[in-house]
Design a protein around this ligand. Structure first.
Ligand code: PDD
Length: 277
């Protein structure tokens, strides 16, 4: 069951116009929201970021927060899997002719549920690998836009290299991952790129910072350099679907001799307690 423009339909019954600007241009925004034991995690924060993305590209929010919540609740009554992720996408809608500039159109709204299977601590304790690449994306990475060509290219590279993530750097500063935010621990301080146009302001990023503070780990929103990444005591990535994951190898070099860090373990446990709160 999916939601499309006011209707709840079987996925194979849902279709949109070939003139939809989402299809023609990737002219739209999206959100991915985790649902744990049927309860939507940090819904208000996701809806606020959705509003920010819509405002940035000049699409009127088609629904109030209450309407969004009603759509999500209806979908969730059809699917009782314990952990899921809500995918919602709004495109500018369909015009009669393809042109870059736009008129006022009726937005296309699509929502679906996907299975969510966060890794257990036991699985995470193995550690994960990443590679680094120059960040050639545009400078509005704060908009959660459906046009994700650069992120797709990086993610495919991660797959081909059999690593968990591609970590991006701009002018030697670590921005974020292809689909995650990036943190390092150095000398018992947690560093991550500040929010702004060069990164997506992750909802999980905020929760990781909140968890670090609760675990008495000082935080500094300063981008680590590439050298600092490679010589870090710990490297983590975060996202709504992956939570907070330890990276123990970057560009084939072990981080902290390939060992999982204690700060990650503490922050991971605190993050789990927020989910269950
Ligand atoms: N992506 N940075 C980028 C480029 C991302 O694509 C994501 C998440 C994040 C983390 O944001 P959050 O913590 O709010 O999930 C950071 C989602 C999961 C996706 O595209 O599927």
């Amino acid at each position: 069951m999916v939601y499309l423009n006011g209707e709840f339909l079987a996925k194979n019954q849902a279709s949109i116009s070939v003139m939809d600007r989402g299809f023609l241009f990737g002219d739209g925004v999206y959100e991915v929201i985790p649902v744990y034991k049927g309860s939507i995690f940090r819904l208000q924060e996701h809806l606020q970021r959705l509003q920010n993305s819509l405002d940035a590209i000049g699409i009127k929010n088609p629904h109030t927060n209450q309407q969004w919540q009603d759509i999500f609740s209806q979908l969730l009554t059809h699917d009782l899997a314990p952990n899921q992720s809500l995918y919602l996408q709004i495109t500018r809608g369909a015009d009669t002719q393809r042109k870059h500039s736009f008129e006022s159109l009726t937005a296309t709204v699509f929502v679906e549920l996907n299975p969510l299977t966060p890794k257990s601590k036991h699985e995470l304790n193995q550690g994960f690998s990443a590679i680094t690449q120059a960040d050639f994306r545009w400078q509005r990475c704060d908009i959660k836009a459906t046009s994700l060509l650069a992120n797709i290219m990086y993610s495919q590279q991660a797959k081909q290299n059999q690593v968990e993530e591609v970590i991006l750097h701009r002018d030697q500063s670590i921005t974020e991952g292809a689909t995650s935010n990036v943190f390092i621990v150095k000398n018992n301080t947690l560093f991550t790129h500040p929010t702004g146009p060069n990164i997506l302001s992750g909802i999980t990023r905020d929760l990781v910072l909140e968890s670090a503070i609760a675990c008495q780990l000082p935080i500094q929103e300063t981008a680590p350099t590439l050298d600092e990444l490679l010589s870090a005591d710990e490297v983590w990535i975060s996202s709504s679907t992956r939570e907070v994951m330890p990276i123990t190898q970057v560009d084939s070099q072990p981080i902290n001799q390939g060992k999982i860090g204690t700060h990650w373990s503490n922050v991971y446990d605190y993050y789990q307690s927020l989910k269950n709160a």
